[in-house]
Structure formats: structure tokens, C-alpha cells
Design a protein. Structure first.
Length: 507
């Protein structure tokens, strides 16, 4: 068994910082906190004992606490931390805001000991507990609320998959090292206090980069003049890739990163990530679904309106004096009351359909099967038949080998010279050569496109067409959504390195 480091003195002459042992239910924070208080010869406070009866009642019947429930409880804990004397408290402290509140109320430095563990281990421990009011069913709500404290300077992070005394010894060693102000090379201290190294394949907004650089050692592959030399220098220590949907992570790149543990995708699409290579090595993959769904649907419908009513040309008509010189702008086509087809009724496709209902459109969709949530919509299994039905065909399905060129020359021909194709999914879902030929010959009426093969260097034939609306792959391009996407990337990385459940796991 490991021998614990000498405890900091607690005789009143040389007091130590108050300690909060934190983590989700089942992590063992009460046991660890009690053991630390014994070694440090100081007061131990079980944080749950300060919950008001209303909180206990909610948790006892399986209802998760919200922020309003927790603030008064945290205030009471903060008062205990701020009182004179040495103390060790057990407290979940799930969110950064909770920890910051405790820091502020303490009025003096606080040391947090974060106990991290995999869901399976936490579940097993919860199942064995018979002396606590919190049921197993609340574990998932706590994991969902958890904001793992990565790179918070006053936090010691410890994996719980080891004996109690080893956990306590690690905490004591780290606290003694910090107290002494010495540089430690002990493998336990090194494991808990060093920053993980990540590889960024493309730029993120500044608000994300600042946070990532605070938490991790960031290697920017996109700035490297010689990518191979860059990977040779840095690849051996990289544990995570932060990428974008269109950039992904190839098998070749993955193969150059022997310590890679996770690929976190900034975007909903992960078709550019070699999932087979990830599965073969047990590498986790996450994406950012849901947070961008509504913005993508908004842009798809806006593209339909803009192209159908000729709004870009109409603005030029005013700006270049044509209105004054030539009179009224040429007539265009209406939207309301016409037929729309949605190819892929997933998250985005469903939101598109909801918006189209507001235009009193007749809506049909195609998917692998009929959907029980598709009220008032017609299911048409065959994409060609769907295109034949529709005046406007929205492509909203996820990209894969199976869906490659699902919008074929036959689908395009069925949509016809009066039809409009709107693509807010992936370029690979459409046979681009067939699309260009149809647009150039009038076989297809028009197309509104946010994605292209080889983007941003799209086929120059698109630029010569007057029956297209071309957008720079920005369907999710709002400040609100991009901030939410970045947060989800960061939260997935933080959860992984803290040993918590991933928020949006693909693999």
C-alpha cells in the first residue's frame, strides 16, 4: 500500500486551505473526505446533511435538483468554508458556477479534490448503497449536469478506479506538493495536474480557442507549413483531436497519433472521420447535434424563399438602376400551397417540415421507414418518387457510404425543369456532375446549395449559372449556435479527460 505523505500541520499555527471533495453520486466523496479529515485532524462535514428537507424529498423520489434548489444549499456550505478553522467538506459541486460560488463565499483559497470515474463503476457503487436517500436513477442527471473541472488551478483530479487509501494518498501527496511550492515529478502528481495535449485540424472561433488553450496544450495543425514534420514532432503526445465536420480525421492522421483517445467534431456530420479506424483502437468520437438543428432548418427555408422569389436579383435590380430604367422586376414563383419533399426526416428534416407547414405546403418525406412523429406528412419511400411529387426537394439526411449520390440523375430528372433542389446536408449526398449538367441544360429548374464537393474550391461551372443560389457552408453560422457548438466540443473533451460520460457520443 502507498504511504500517505505527511499531513499539513493543523495545530492553528499553520492552517491549511479548506478542502472540498467533489464528484457525482457514487464516486466515494464522503469516504475520501472523512479519511482526509482524520489524517489532517480536522472537522469533516457531510455536505448532504445541509440539504433542506424539500431537496431531500425531491431526491428521495428520484427528482433531480435544479439551480434554484442548490443555491441556498451552496450558500450554507460556503459559510462553513468561510468560518474559522480547518475543514474538509464532501459536496458534489457539479458546475463551474457552483465551485466559483463556494470560492467566493469561502473568502480564502479552497482546494477541490475531484473524484472522477466511468459510469459503469459509478452505477455499480450506487447499486451497493443501502444507506442513502439518493436513488440510482439520479446518476444520469448528475452526469449530465457535471462540468468537469479541467485546468482549474485549485483542483486535484483523481481517478476513483483504485483503492480508497491510494486515492487518499494521491490527494495528500498533491496537497503537500502544492503547499511546499515544489516541482514534483511523482507519477501521480504528474497524472493529475498536467494538461492533456490536443490537435486542432482547423481554426475555431476565438471564444473557443481561449478556453481550449487554458485547459490544454493546443497543437494547431492548420498553421503548420509542413504537416508531416509537425506531426512527427508533436503527434506522440496528442490525446485528442478537435476537428470540424468537413475536416474530420482520416485513418492516416489517426495512425500518426499513438496516444489518441478521442475525436471531438465541431459539427453534426462525422462522415469525414474514419470511424472504423477509431473503433479498431477504442478511440471515442463525439459531435454537436441538436444545438445547430434549428439554424440549419432556418437557412434551408430561407434559401428556398430567396431563390424562388429571386431576392438576390431583385436587390441588384434596384441597386443598378434597372427598376427606374426598365420597370418592374420579372415575375417569380410562389411558395405557399405548393408541394415540398424532405429527403431524410431526422432532426433537421423534421424542423424543416415544421417550418414548411407554416406556408400551407403539402409535405411528403422519404426515410428508411415511416416515422410516427410525421403527423400530416405523406411517406414516400423511393427518392425518385418523392422528387416526382415535389416542387421543392430538401436534402437533409446524414451522409454515409449508403447515401452517397442518393440524389442521382434519376432523382434530379424526376424533380424536373420547374423543380428546386435545396441541399443543407452534405455534398456527397448529391451526384454533383449530374446536378451541374441538369442545371446547365434546364433539365432541373434551380438549386440552392450550402455544400459542395471540394469546398471551398467549388466547381467553377456553378459560378456561370443564373439558376443557383450558392452559400458558403454556413447553415449553422449564427453566433448563438457556434457558441453552443464550441461549448459542446469543449464539454465532451472535458468529460472524457475527467472520466465522465460523454455528452454526445458517436463511438
Amino acid at each position: 500500500m502507498l504511504m500517505a505523505a505527511s499531513p499539513p500541520a493543523s495545530d492553528g499555527k499553520d492552517p491549511f486551505d479548506p478542502i472540498v471533495v467533489m464528484g457525482v453520486c457514487g464516486c466515494g466523496k464522503s469516504l475520501v473526505a472523512a479519511r482526509l479529515s482524520h489524517l489532517l485532524n480536522c472537522r469533516f462535514l457531510e455536505g448532504d446533511s445541509l440539504h433542506p428537507p424539500a431537496n431531500v424529498g425531491k431526491m428521495r423520489i428520484g427528482l433531480a435538483l435544479d439551480d434554484d434548489d442548490r443555491w441556498p444549499w451552496l450558500d450554507a456550505l460556503g459559510q462553513e468554508l468561510g468560518a474559522a478553522g480547518d475543514i474538509v467538506i464532501s459536496c458534489s459541486a457539479l458546475k463551474r458556477a457552483y465551485r466559483d460560488r463556494l470560492r467566493r463565499l469561502a473568502g480564502r483559497p479552497v482546494t477541490f479534490v475531484f473524484l472522477r470515474g466511468e459510469r459503469a463503476l459509478l452505477t455499480a457503487r450506487m447499486a451497493e448503497r443501502t444507506d442513502h436517500y439518493m436513488p440510482l436513477s439520479l446518476l444520469d442527471s448528475q452526469l449530465a449536469a457535471l462540468e468537469p473541472p479541467v485546468a482549474e488551478a485549485d483542483v486535484i483530479s483523481i481517478d476513483i478506479n483504485q483503492p480508497l487509501e491510494a486515492i487518499v494518498d494521491m490527494a495528500m501527496t498533491c496537497m503537500s506538493a502544492r503547499r511546499a511550492g515544489t516541482e514534483q515529478t511523482d507519477r501521480y502528481v504528474e497524472d493529475t495536474m498536467s494538461k492533456p495535449e490536443i490537435l486542432m485540424t482547423g481554426p475555431y472561433p476565438d471564444w473557443d480557442l481561449v478556453d481550449l488553450e487554458e485547459r490544454y496544450v493546443v497543437h494547431k495543425l492548420y498553421e503548420a507549413a509542413d504537416r508531416e514534420a509537425f506531426l512527427d514532432r508533436n503527434g506522440a503526445t496528442v490525446r485528442a483531436i478537435a476537428t470540424r465536420g468537413e475536416l474530420g480525421a482520416s485513418a492516416d492522421l489517426i495512425g500518426k497519433l499513438p496516444k489518441l483517445e478521442i475525436v471531438s467534431v465541431y459539427g453534426v456530420g462525422y462522415d469525414a472521420v474514419d470511424l472504423a479506424a477509431c473503433r479498431a483502437r477504442g478511440i471515442r468520437v463525439t459531435n454537436t447535434p441538436d444545438v445547430l438543428t434549428n439554424d440549419v432548418a432556418d437557412l434551408g427555408v430561407a434559401m428556398m424563399l430567396c431563390l424562388s422569389r429571386g431576392m438576390i436579383g431583385a436587390e441588384r435590380w434596384v441597386q443598378d438602376g434597372s427598376w427606374a430604367a426598365k420597370g418592374l422586376y420579372p415575375l417569380k414563383r410562389r411558395i405557399w400551397g405548393r408541394k415540398a419533399g424532405v429527403l431524410g426526416l431526422g432532426r433537421i428534416g423534421f424542423e424543416v417540415a415544421k417550418r414548411l407547414k407554416g406556408f400551407d405546403m403539402d409535405i411528403a418525406y422519404s426515410d428508411v421507414s415511416a416515422k410516427p412523429y410525421a403527423d400530416g406528412m405523406t411517406f414516400i419511400a423511393d427518392p425518385v418518387a418523392l422528387a416526382d411529387y415535389a416542387d421543392f426537394l430538401f436534402v437533409t439526411l446524414a451522409a454515409s457510404d449508403v447515401t452517397r449520390h442518393i440524389v442521382s440523375s434519376d432523382v434530379i430528372a424526376a424533380l424536373g425543369p420547374d423543380g428546386m433542389l435545396i441541399n443543407i446536408s452534405r455534398a456527397s449526398n448529391i451526384d454533383e456532375e449530374a446536378l451541374l449538367a441538369a442545371l446547365e441544360t434546364g433539365l432541373l429548374g434551380s438549386a440552392a446549395l450550402d455544400v459542395f464537393e471540394g469546398e471551398p474550391k467549388l466547381n467553377p461551372r456553378f459560378l456561370a449559372l443564373d439558376n443557383v443560389l450558392l452559400q458558403p457552408h454556413h447553415a449553422s453560422g449564427t453566433i448563438e449556435t457556434r457558441k453552443a457548438m464550441g461549448k459542446l466540443v469543449r464539454d465532451n473533451l472535458a468529460a472524457h479527460f475527467a472520466g465522465a460520460s460523454l455528452l454526445t457520443a458517436v463511438v
